[in-house]
Design a protein around this ligand. Structure first.
Ligand code: BT5
Length: 265
């Protein structure tokens, strides 16, 4: 498999590395363009949330991929990014994070890094049939983050070099990127995710994305081929495509809500 050549652009400050790269994608930038910022003025999480990181404390990196995949089959690319970043943490810091569906890296119950994937099927450039996909990762390196999150330094017990982490991540992603171009390769990536996803087999609470903000409590049984989390609950089985997941300890499953779909309030 040939490795993807990366073209890394570095910034002291940007609004958001994802925003900058989405703009580049619209202008026809090549697959393999990478944006790294020391500080983001408006770093973004999913669903309009903020990603916080004081200057110089984190690895804030986005890559432009142009996989030959139908727009409905982009989940394996997100999985490839999460797995590759987890590999880099293990290689460079000796810290092995767990992948929590859909796109968090955790150490124990604490968030170490988050992944934000955004596609633009209309962006020109790339091979016929390819889709522009920008995948950003924010990882706390020397700062523990907000809300009980954690950092590589805390878990490694020493300083971790951001450039080494970036190089290891791009190396690992370069070895997986070619897999995204055909169905068999994408299945390999999702299979690897299934083996390494800490959410599978866990009791979970899920807040579904969408205006109804429906909540489910049940057991996460699988990740299906579309990247959806399959949750078994008292009312049946639901394949969740977007939402927030909390890993519950079994005794945290509320007896009344156990296994049923509930609407808050
Ligand atoms: C994510 O969203 O976890 C995706 C974060 C992606 C950030 C990268 S940085 C490079 C690239 N450019 C961008 O603009 N974004 C990407 P989500 O699952 O929605 O989680 C967001 C939530 O995580 C926030 O509402 C906070 O509760 C929490 N949070 C914010 N900053 C954090 C941090 N540094 N560490 C841990 N948790 C954080």
């Amino acid at each position: 498999m040939t490795e993807t050549p990366w073209d890394v652009r570095r910034f002291v400050r940007l609004g958001s590395t994802n925003d900058w790269l989405l703009e580049q994608a619209r202008a026809g930038a090549a697959a393999g363009t990478v944006a790294v910022a020391d500080y983001q003025q408006s770093g973004r999480g999913r669903l309009g949330r903020r990603w916080e990181a004081p200057p110089g404390t984190s690895l804030l990196v986005s890559v432009l991929l142009r996989p030959l995949a139908p727009a409905a089959s982009l989940y394996p690319a997100t999985a490839a990014v999460a797995l590759s970043f987890a590999d880099a943490c293990a290689e460079v810091a000796g810290v092995v994070p767990e992948v929590k569906w859909p796109n968090d890296l955790l150490v124990g119950d604490r968030k170490l890094a988050g992944v934000l994937a955004e596609s633009n099927p209309a962006a020109p450039g790339g091979r016929a049939g390819s889709v522009a996909l920008v995948v950003g990762v924010g990882c706390n390196v020397s700062w523990d983050g907000p809300d009980g999150a954690t950092s590589l330094r805390r878990n490694a017990g020493r300083d971790v070099d951001r450039d080494e982490l970036l190089a290891a991540y791009l190396g690992a992603l370069g070895r997986r990127a070619g897999l995204l171009d055909d169905r068999a390769g994408r299945e390999l990536v999702v299979d690897e995710l299934r083996r390494r996803c800490a959410t599978i087999g866990r009791a979970v609470g899920v807040r579904l994305a969408g205006p109804a903000a429906e909540e489910l409590t049940g057991v996460a049984e699988a990740v299906d081929d579309h990247g959806r989390l399959v949750v078994r609950h008292e009312g049946g089985t639901t394949a969740v495509s977007a939402g927030d997941v909390v890993h519950l300890r079994p005794f945290e499953m509320p007896p009344t809500a156990k296994g049923s779909a509930v609407r808050p309030g």
